[in-house]
Design a protein around this ligand. Structure first.
Ligand code: GLU
Length: 296
């Protein structure tokens, strides 16, 4: 029911946009309602859009990780920090919502789709790989970063250098994550243990209960950086994990608007600035991703 209403609202937005396009004289760039300011200095968004509703409310609920250094880590201040968090703040800012009006909700790997579907969060920015299975349930803006699955072992480990060495090894990952699914499907001889969050794997790795922790290279890099030389990442990334921003399945208007914001911040330096202030303290500067405006 809610989905159908939202679709109708989104359709109205498209009609409004087309109407404006038809009125504009040839050669000019299409007018963008979302970028204009009203007489009162408030941002104006297409009527009935999620952007208009959020801007009007003056607050947004964003799901992110709370235990992943560099991307989303809860700071002693009580708010999370990291590259995902900065991306969330920029999007909120483009809606006219200041940082202190963002409500951060912890999302773990397995509850991201349900939290978007049931409206617990307005969007998810949480090392969230765009893939077709998830696109059946929710929609993705982005990507805003391209990661890849890797392996983390104890620093003195010498017998694991890549996924082909996992046979008979105790491998730790997280429920509802793409790296766990990849191991289960393609490396069935590994003994896979699944927890709720990646930090649940760290103590078992330290004390030898598991031999390997697997997830995206950049998440592991955060744990290595905090491990005081106890852990290392081995080998090259062996999957592609493009990070997207999850929104409601039928909210194409919101998804495309976030894509517009991403393209703007790729171009004007804000994306790189956010990177340099967070993950860039440990990881190399990434290539600028190409936004995927897929049809659903
Ligand atoms: N990017 C992968 C995923 O979305 C792994 C990281 C995570 O679990 O957040 O499943």
């Amino acid at each position: 029911m809610m989905n159908r209403n939202k679709a109708a609202i989104a359709a109205l937005g498209v009609v409004a946009a087309l109407g404006l396009t038809a009125c504009s004289s040839g050669g000019d760039p299409e007018p963008d309602v979302s970028d204009t300011m009203g007489g009162d200095g408030m941002m104006e968004f297409a009527e009935g859009s999620t952007m208009a509703a959020l801007a009007e409310a003056g607050t947004i609920t964003i799901g992110t990780k709370f235990d992943q250094p560099l991307f989303g880590l809860l700071a002693p201040s009580g708010t999370p920090e990291g590259f995902d968090v900065e991306i969330g703040k920029i999007i909120a800012g483009e809606l006219g919502i200041p940082e202190d009006e963002i409500e951060w909700v912890e999302t773990v790997s397995a509850n991201r789709e349900p939290f978007i579907q049931d409206g617990t969060v307005d969007m998810v920015v949480a090392t969230y790989t765009i893939n077709d299975a998830r696109k059946e349930l929710i929609s993705f803006a982005g990507p805003y970063y391209n990661a890849g699955q890797a392996l983390m072992v104890l620093s003195d480990n010498t017998d694991i250098t890549g996924p082909d060495d996992l046979s008979g090894k105790n491998v730790c990952s997280v429920e509802g994550s793409t790296p766990a699914q990849n191991i289960a499907e393609n490396y069935p001889d590994a003994n896979l243990s699944l927890f709720g969050a990646y930090t649940d794997c760290l103590e078992p790795l330290r004390n030898g209960q598991v031999d390997v922790v697997t997830t995206d290279n950049v998440i592991l890099a955060g744990y290595v950086a905090e491990s005081e030389d106890a852990f290392k990442v081995v080998g090259e990334p062996f999957t592609e994990e493009p990070y997207g921003i999850g929104v409601a399945l039928d909210d194409t208007e919101f998804r495309m608007w976030i894509n517009d914001v991403l393209e703007e911040i790729f171009a004007d330096g804000r994306w790189l600035e956010a990177w340099n202030a967070t993950a860039g303290t440990v990881l190399p500067e990434p290539a600028v991703p190409t936004v995927d405006r897929y049809e659903n």
